[in-house]
Design a binder for this molecule. Structure first.
Ligand code: GCW
Length: 672
């Protein structure tokens, strides 16, 4: 008991730094206590020290008792589950594991920070997914593929000797939302990642993250035995190759005994893989999985494959992976992007989900906004991820990955509002049944203020934001009409001689004199038939296909009558206009929020909204003016005339390396 009290007193007298409101504290802007709460805890360990420290520093209520339990109830909640009960002015947190207790502590602090009443609690939590993992696309040179928040957090040159204080802050933020794994490097992986020197750096991070319940994973290059090991082949059925991997895996585990596993992008976009040796993805994955098996490690094998020679790109992952169902070892999880193409503003779910009942599958979401306006646009993504779960129930999977939007920017994510997507990813990976609104409200309350005059309008803005982006970029099922290379602005007309056709917008929108959209019906590419029969029948029929997917599955005549009674062209125009109007209203709402938000973050976010509002017009003008060269139809009433001519828009050259404000530079002085 004496030890416990001393610990609490020590922490309470420690001076805490005061923080500027620069976004660096994320949603963890707890007020420190002046009177130390009473905390009861019998376990002394690094994890419990963090848990007790959090409570001693930030818990403003009465006594809290932390209890490790080992009975049937807690076994059934699993190692991450926990309960929180409040009775007679004592709050009791119970779990099978210390990590579970840490999660319970963050739950309690979240309730407090969101202004919830904590006097009568009876909470029982068990995560839906066992693995809740971020995928960083960070390169050894400090750049981040599709990263829009500065450079990599990982300072490889300084590791392992120097540990940036941000590593622990990162781990703490993840633990606070239940994220329990991190893949540190890009799926386009350098073989050097597995060099002994580099593994020592990885070990330093793993040691730091461990008390927060976070395991470290690595993306590996399938040809590493050749490039690092000097072998002449990486054929997974070659014994020397398998032995090399066993040796390397042993080395990894001797440094990091709880190493999580490997993530592999193979035979995709130029990466090496088993197919280079006429082996299947299952043969490649199983060879690695066998090496991991003795240590309890897993292999996450990506199903993101497509080649330029075949027909419809949307069909290819299914065609390649479905025949392999049941052939993967049980420590392989096939990681499938939520949609069949590539993280577009709206995609139907990937038909692989549900098509491989004898294989462990996990979903890969993209938290970083590669196709959603980078860190300039607000697109709160909980509604998008919930849309996926609505078609494909979460109970069928035990793992979820999110491509991180985190960099070394002071506010971590480039845009303060983009922190909500890191937060929402974690919360939904834990519990996909949470509503988008609940998550938005608790994030806003913790990140800014619990004042209802702020929460009500801003929750609405968040909830509408993703649909607005779909509307001004790619409504009605349009997809991949981005400018070449950077995936930021519109370039539906893009033609590049010699380029892969499936990297060009014209491949996807198929605009012609008749109409617009990709015919994926049984008369077209037949991608519809990859879905379960009942759904395929709906998607295949233009009259009942959900309109948000109509141009994904059908080549629709310009004058086709939509449910609203408008022609498809008019409907398209109305969606683009709605997107533009919505973003202007977001900007105006945010402007009116200045009494509730500190000046620094208010100005930073307002600047991004200005860019987004101007980008929305750019998108609308570029797409509609271009498609009009096929439809030859007029803009309907209520749709603004274009601000820019197609000729001018075609000349736009985005400064790709400068992500801060491309469109404002391009459209000087543009105002609504
Ligand atoms: O969306 C595409 C991106 C690539 C990415 C690839 C993938 C890491 O444009 O930058 O590469 O997907 O998911 O492998």
């Amino acid at each position: 008991m004496l030890k416990r009290i001393l610990l609490a007193l020590f922490i309470c007298t420690a001076a805490l730094p005061s923080h500027a409101e620069d976004g660096s504290r994320l949603w963890l802007r707890y007020d420190t206590v002046s009177v130390c709460p009473q905390i009861e805890n019998d376990v002394e360990s690094p994890t419990m020290r963090i848990a007790v420290n959090e409570l001693s520093t930030f818990w403003h209520g009465g006594k809290v008792s932390l209890q490790l339990m080992a009975d049937d109830k807690y076994y059934s909640l699993g190692k991450d589950g926990y309960t929180i009960t409040a009775k007679d002015n004592v709050i009791t947190l119970r779990s099978l594991s210390e990590t579970g207790l840490l999660y319970a502590v963050y739950h309690l602090l979240r309730l407090q920070a969101s202004g919830k009443d904590c006097s009568a609690l009876d909470i029982c939590e068990k995560p839906m997914n066992d693995i809740r993992i971020l995928n960083h696309w960070d390169n050894p040179d400090g750049t981040i593929e599709r990263g829009y928040a500065g450079r990599s957090l990982w300072k490889w040159d300084e590791l392992p000797a120097t540990l940036s204080p941000r590593y622990a802050e990162y781990a703490r933020a993840n633990a606070s939302i239940g994220i329990n794994g991190t893949v540190l490097n890009n799926v386009n992986a350098s073989p050097d990642v597995l060099s002994y020197d580099n593994l020592k750096k990885i070990k330093a991070l793993a040691d730091l993250f461990r008390p927060y319940g976070i395991k470290v994973y690595l993306s590996v290059n399938f040809a590493t035995p050749m490039k690092l090991g000097g072998l002449t082949t990486a054929d997974p059925l070659d014994k020397k190759v398998a032995d090399w991997w066993k040796m390397k895996v042993h080395e990894v585990y001797s440094l990091i005994p709880d190493f999580g596993g490997f993530l592999v992008k193979a035979n995709s976009e130029g990466q090496p893989g088993p197919c280079d040796y006429n082996r299947t993805h299952a043969e490649g994955a199983n060879m690695l999985a066998s090496a991991m098996k003795p240590y309890g490690g897993i292999v996450m094998w990506r199903a993101f494959v497509y080649s330029p020679t075949d027909d419809d790109r949307a069909k290819q992952a299914y065609l390649e992976f479905k025949p392999l169902d049941g052939k993967f070892l049980d420590n392989v999880i096939v990681q499938v992007k939520n949609g069949p193409i590539d993280f577009q503003p709206r995609e139907p779910y990937s038909p692989l989900f549900g098509a491989m009942p004898h294989t462990r599958l996990m979903v890969e979401f993209q938290v970083t906004q590669e196709y959603l306006g980078h860190s300039n646009h607000l697109a709160y993504l909980a509604p998008m991820w919930k849309e996926f779960y609505q078609y494909f129930p979460p109970s069928a999977m035990r793992a979820a990955a999110g491509v991180a939007n985190i960099g070394d920017d002071t506010n971590w994510c480039g845009n303060d509002l983009a922190q909500s997507n890191w937060y929402a990813f974690g919360r939904l990976a834990w519990n996909p049944a949470l509503t988008s609104q609940e998550i938005a409200e608790e994030w806003l309350a913790q990140t800014f203020t619990t004042d209802r005059r702020f929460l009500r309008p801003m929750t609405e803005v968040m909830l509408q934001s993703r649909e607005a982006v779909v509307d001004y970029m790619m409504p009605l099922g349009l997809h991949h009409i981005f400018a070449w290379g950077h995936h930021y602005g519109p370039e539906p007309w893009c033609e590049i001689e010699g380029a892969r056709p499936d990297w060009l917008p014209t491949y996807y929108h198929r605009a012609d004199i008749e109409g617009l959209g990709f015919d994926r019906t049984t008369e077209g590419s037949d991608a519809v038939s990859q879905y379960p029969d009942s759904l395929a029948a709906v998607l295949n029929n233009i009259d009942i296909c959900p309109e948000e997917f109509i141009l994904w599955f059908h080549h629709v005549p310009w004058k086709y009558e939509m449910k609203s009674g408008r022609t498809m062209w008019d409907e398209l125009c109305m969606h683009y206009q709605h997107g533009v109007d919505a973003v202007r209203s977001f900007r105006d709402t945010w402007t009116a929020m200045s009494p509730y938000v500190d000046a620094e973050r208010h100005a930073a976010v307002l600047h991004r909204f200005e860019i987004q509002a101007s980008d929305a017009v750019w998108w609308k003008d570029a797409c509609l003016e271009y498609f009009r060269t096929f439809s030859h139809m007029k803009y309907p009433k209520g749709v603004e005339k274009p601000h820019f001519s197609l000729k001018k828009l075609k000349k736009v050259n985005l400064p790709i390396d400068n992500y801060t404000c491309p469109s404002a530079e391009m459209l000087p002085g543009f105002k609504k």
